[in-house]
Design a protein around this ligand. Structure first.
Ligand SMILES: [Ca+2]
Ligand SMILES: [Ca+2]
Ligand SMILES: [Ca+2]
Length: 263
């Protein structure tokens, strides 16, 4: 049931992608920079024909009706019209007066609709990012930064406009992932990572919000057991060697303690 709309969406994406491709071969002169954009979907109201870009680019920066902010528009690679908007705030007084970037948004697939936006603090560190990764006109990735590093990434995988995967990072390293398999808005899988690797998984099989089962990653479990076994064997060998060493008279072959006696 869940697969059906996404399959039809894929077909739609292909159909939409085919038209701009033909248009672009004629109009874009095979420019390398446009290569990435021809195979993507076009957001509703957008167009891969840059002369037909809509007047409203669905800006995600908050700058309209704010005359105190300065806005710059520029054209990135492959764009014949501006597809990058930067919003600056003037801070400080007199000598210290300068402008600082507070928001930047880009139309990355060149359909005239902005699809990624990032905000910054006055230190220039990233604060928040929103992305329409599949170019359907709806945001599907939300990222929060702490001290300029990614701290949380929320992802919408079923295109209902709400996140169903939540990834948490500490010092840039993945620590936890929560997943919502039945799309009720609540997590039912909890993944715990250690040094970037999956360590254990908690499953809520009844969707009541409580973990019913914790599974340790089998590979990690095997490695941990192998380590234990190795350590135990080494300890036993050392003990045996010490015992034999203590009990046996000092001979030249004491270094072979624990090994079968030679003839
Ligand atoms: Ca776009
Ligand atoms: Ca989207
Ligand atoms: Ca759920």
């Amino acid at each position: 049931m869940i697969r059906e709309p996404s399959a039809s969406r894929v077909r739609k994406v292909i159909v939409l992608g085919a038209i701009p491709l033909a248009a672009c071969v004629a109009a874009c002169g095979g420019g390398g920079a446009t290569k990435g954009s021809v195979n993507t979907a076009t957001a509703p109201g957008g167009s891969k024909d840059q002369s037909k870009w809509p007047a409203d680019d669905r800006s995600m920066c908050d700058w309209r009706n704010k005359p105190e902010l300065e806005v710059s528009e520029s054209a990135g690679p492959g764009a014949m019209r501006p597809n990058v908007r930067r919003v600056f705030k003037i801070i400080g007084e007199a000598e210290a007066r300068h402008k600082t970037l507070i928001c930047r948004e880009i139309d990355t697939n060149l359909d005239g609709i902005k699809d990624v936006v990032r905000t910054f603090n006055q230190k220039g560190e990233a604060l928040h990012e929103e992305v329409d990764r599949d170019y359907d006109g709806k945001v599907d990735v939300w990222i929060n930064f702490v001290d300029g590093r990614m701290a949380q990434q929320d992802i919408d995988t079923n295109r209902d406009g709400k996140p169903d995967v939540w990834k948490f990072y500490v010092n840039g390293q993945l620590q936890r992932i929560r997943r919502d398999r039945n799309f009720d808005g609540k997590p039912d899988i909890w993944e715990i990572y250690s040094h970037g690797r999956l360590e254990r998984v908690g499953l809520d099989e009844t969707y009541d919000g409580h973990v019913d089962r914790w599974d340790r990653d089998e590979q990690l479990k095997y490695e941990a057991e192998a380590e234990d076994r190795k350590a135990r064997n080494e300890m036993m060998n050392a003990q045996m060697a010490a015992q034999q060493d203590a009990g046996a008279p000092h001979t030249d072959d004491h270094a072979d303690a624990g090994a079968p006696k030679k003839k």
